[in-house]
Design a protein around this ligand. Structure first.
Ligand code: ZN
Length: 138
């Protein structure tokens, strides 16, 4: 079995952001030279997500509005923020949007369904964050 491990670094200029990371992940799959296997992509921070969905700007606005309705930023309304932090909403948004995705590799490529793309979701940005990519296979 072969494996490859890489890290992507993000430092968004806004508190919340959605970034399509499919091209970076696809490049790492190509570099791995693994033809049949699995590719794990996970956010390494508890205020950021990795998820799969459509790359459509209206949809990203809809995700953002939906998340703000469910768990608004409002720092004064969360127990977690009594510690002096202000990112309780980001912890909760990460939980909803998920930690990781696993994509099959078939014939050396990410084996997506129609319209599937991999996104990094940032909910407490303006600082450095990492995403782990681990590929295993033959
Ligand atoms: Zn926190």
């Amino acid at each position: 079995m072969k494996s490859k491990t890489e890290y992507l670094i993000f430092n968004t200029s806004t508190r919340r952001a959605f970034i399509n990371i499919t091209p970076q992940v696809a490049n790492i799959v190509t570099e791995s030279d693994i033809k049949e296997g699995l590719c794990l992509v996970n956010a390494m921070h508890i205020s950021a997500s990795v998820f799969i969905n459509d790359d459509e700007s209206g949809l990203h606005q809809d995700f953002d509005r939906w998340l703000e309705k469910l768990v608004p930023y409002s720092p004064e309304s969360y127990m977690h923020n009594c510690t002096g932090e202000d990112n309780a909403d980001a912890h909760l948004k990460r939980q909803i949007m998920g930690r990781e995705v696993v994509v099959a590799i078939t014939k050396g490529k990410l084996d997506f369904g129609p319209w599937e793309q991999i996104f990094y979701g940032e909910f407490d940005g303006k600082r450095q964050k990492r995403v782990l990519i681990k590929i295993i296979g033959e």
